[in-house]
Design a protein around this ligand. Structure first.
Ligand SMILES: O=C(O)C(=O)C[C@]1(C(=O)O)C=C[C@@H](O)C=C1
Length: 434
């Protein structure tokens, strides 16, 4: 028997939750009703309707998306199911889509509160443990990732991790509240490892940091460029400085290190007088090295985009520019990728990034061609970023359509775009060799 226990509202929609009998020790079935439909939801560890309401609100836009439209609505679009329906009717009559703000608590959020963007940090949840937000990053102090973490959370406590995966795990295991990890660089391109890890872990993107990266060549005090046999750094940093290193005409081999600042640390610890590191000025100060060439990155607009990852998503809004990141896969079909991308184009939603990675569970399929021969086809998952908030009905409807063409769809996060003032990171022709 179900009994009505709790009502809650999401934007303009009112919902009632009824609790049912337990499915198991840990699971209980709940029914959520709104004016137009009834959805079933079973929650692990949830014992009361209030915590179900909270977890629904949290997972609403970000959970993995099920196979059917019903699953999709219960996991992703519940916050706006009525709004979407009304909107679709409007679309039919007007051919135009409006932007609707959906916020779980306050109708006043329907009204944008000002012209200026708010700082990113006002969306970072306050940690329950009461102390500073703990931010995991890959590398050691002096790494660009540490600078990005400080940018994301100026008063944070920073936790260095030796691998990207460890930073993911630090958040999952509650050692950290956030992880700040690089996704792409304007010169070096995508950091594929982190795209793969996003899919393997269940963290949510809650923000981004676009960090201008200014590389320096560092060596022990007194070392001149003609003393060098080796330059060591993170592979991204080596790639970002490739042309400039050639121009400097150093007679050096290039070797990879796990972090730019880690490379500086190695030189200091081992007293390597024939080796330079590509790293930040801060790394030079921390490890007692000299800057022997400053601004050695190939492009003065050298920017790395970092994702802020958390265990819980943030509630998307429309009072500032938002980006949404999704990942999807599809089965064989004609022009599926084109169809998927067109759902954004038709709604005037700007795509800012597309990345494909091998489909881990199904990297290759075999297809019979017209000559009766079997060909191998590579299979991919696609990561797409687009400029719209999941609180925007255009984005909700676009994803509803994407669902039609795909076999797997997950919203990795809907988060404010970093629009902090731009200062170039110096660069080519600006180095000064001693
Ligand atoms: O080694 C560092 O300092 C890092 O923070 C890593 C990293 C990266 O992975 O791309 C971050 C920013 C720069 O693009 C170079 C390296």
């Amino acid at each position: 028997m179900f009994s009505v226990c709790q009502s809650f509202s999401v934007g303009l929609n009112k919902y009632k939750i009824s609790t049912g009998s337990p499915l198991s020790k840990l699971q209980r079935q709940f029914t959520i009703q709104c004016a137009s439909e009834s959805l079933h939801y079973s929650a692990t560890n949830a014992t009361d309707p209030a915590s179900v309401a909270a977890s629904i609100n949290n997972s609403a836009f970000t959970g993995g998306v099920g196979k059917t439209r019903g699953d999709w609505q219960s996991s992703c679009a519940i916050l706006s199911s009525t709004v979407v329906k009304q909107q679709q009717d409007n679309e039919k009559t007007n051919g135009v889509e409006n932007v609707t703000v959906v916020d779980r608590d306050r109708i006043s959020d329907l009204v944008p509160t000002g012209n200026l963007p708010k700082p990113l940090s006002d969306l970072i949840p306050t940690p329950a443990h009461g102390s500073e937000t703990r931010v995991a990053y890959q590398g050691v102090p002096g790494a660009y990732s540490e600078a990005a973490a400080a940018n994301a959370c100026p008063n944070g406590e920073f936790i260095p991790c030796d691998q990207f995966q460890v930073a993911f795990q630090a958040v999952e295991l509650w050692i950290a509240d956030l992880a700040v990890l690089p996704l792409e660089n304007s010169v070096g391109g995508s950091i594929h490892r982190n795209y793969d890890l996003l899919l393997r872990h269940r963290l949510h993107i809650i923000g981004e940091v676009q960090l201008p990266v200014r590389h320096c060549l560092l060596a022990l005090p007194g070392v001149r460029k003609q003393d060098l046999n080796r330059v060591i750094s993170h592979p991204q940093a080596l790639a970002q400085c490739e042309l400039t290193l050639n121009k400097l005409a150093l007679n050096v081999t290039r070797e990879e290190a796990y972090s730019t600042a880690g490379a500086a640390e190695i030189i200091a610890e081992r007293n390597l007088r024939d080796t330079a590191a590509i790293a930040s000025e801060r790394a030079a100060k921390l490890y007692g090295l000299d800057v022997i060439a400053d601004g050695i990155h190939d492009d003065c607009n050298n920017v790395t985009r970092f994702a802020m990852l958390a265990r819980e998503p943030i509630i998307p809004r429309t009072d500032r520019p938002f980006r949404t990141s999704i990942v999807f896969a599809h089965d064989n079909g004609t022009a599926v990728l084109f169809k998927v991308l067109s759902v954004f184009a038709f709604r005037n939603i700007n795509l800012t990034k597309i990345e494909s990675r091998p489909h881990r569970n199904r990297p290759i399929t075999f297809v019979d061609d017209d000559n009766g021969e079997t060909a191998k086809r590579f299979e991919y998952v696609f990561y797409v970023d687009f400029e719209a908030s999941m609180a925007d009905v255009r984005a909700q409807n676009a994803l509803s359509d994407v669902q039609e063409f795909t076999t797997f769809l997950r919203v990795l996060g809907s988060y404010p775009i970093d629009i902090s003032p731009w200062s170039p990171s110096g660069g080519i022709h600006r180095y000064d060799v001693t």
